[in-house]
Design a protein around this ligand. Structure first.
Ligand SMILES: Cc1cc2nc3c(=O)[nH]c(=O)nc-3n(C[C@H](O)[C@H](O)[C@H](O)COP(=O)(O)O)c2cc1C
Length: 176
């Protein structure tokens, strides 16, 4: 196992140019960037809506800003691209079931003890960190719409994060 790891680290990968008709190599390369996983929620006329998103990034301390992107091909695009308020939940390791649930469907809050922010954004319990945001800016980034959120309130607690890399969920090695 150790020998295989060393061998693959020394193989020189081919240099590729992104191809519009075959996004898989680009998707694979993007997927090498390990991320945490979030669920972003917003309120809609049809009720609360959620989506699993790993495009989340912290942006600025002063003013307090975060960012994430919603894909144009998502059935949830219009609701999130136009929302005025949203909440970002940074998932803990033990919340991996929510990750897959909100990747599949945006409206399945069954068994979830929902609360609401003062602005009406749905709040999920159990997150490692949570950011209640007002949409501060939006800009188009290719096939995604990027949302910049002004952080109005946050929570944060100790715990192990959910980590996503190369298309699957991984265990974090805390002392590596
Ligand atoms: C780990 C993970 C991260 C994801 N990150 C994003 C993201 O940042 N932005 C996004 O639009 N979709 C993201 N998705 C996909 C959405 O969760 C969802 O599956 C997609 O929008 C399709 O939804 P639809 O079936 O309602 O069209 C992610 C999915 C997974 C499993």
């Amino acid at each position: 196992m150790q020998t295989e790891l060393i061998a693959s680290a020394h193989q020189v990968p081919p240099v590729l140019v992104p191809q519009a008709d075959d996004p898989r190599p680009l998707r694979n390369a993007f997927g090498r960037f390990a991320t945490g996983v979030t669920i972003v929620t917003t309120q809609t006329p049809n009720g609360p809506l959620g989506i699993t998103a790993n495009s989340f990034s912290s942006v600025s301390l002063d003013p307090p800003l975060v960012m994430w992107g919603i894909g144009r091909h998502s059935s949830r695009f219009a609701a999130f691209a136009e929302c005025e308020h949203f909440a970002v939940h940074v998932l803990a390791l033990e919340q991996h079931d929510l990750c897959w649930r909100f990747a599949r469907s945006g409206q399945d809050f069954s068994g979830v003890d929902l609360a609401y922010s003062d602005e009406g954004a749905p709040l999920l319990p159990g997150a490692l960190a949570r950011f209640e945001c007002r949409t501060a800016n939006r800009f188009t980034g290719g096939d995604h719409e990027m949302l910049l959120g002004r952080v109005l309130r946050m929570t944060s607690r100790e715990g192990e994060p959910m980590v996503f890399s190369a298309g699957r969920y991984r265990l974090f090695a805390p002392d590596a």
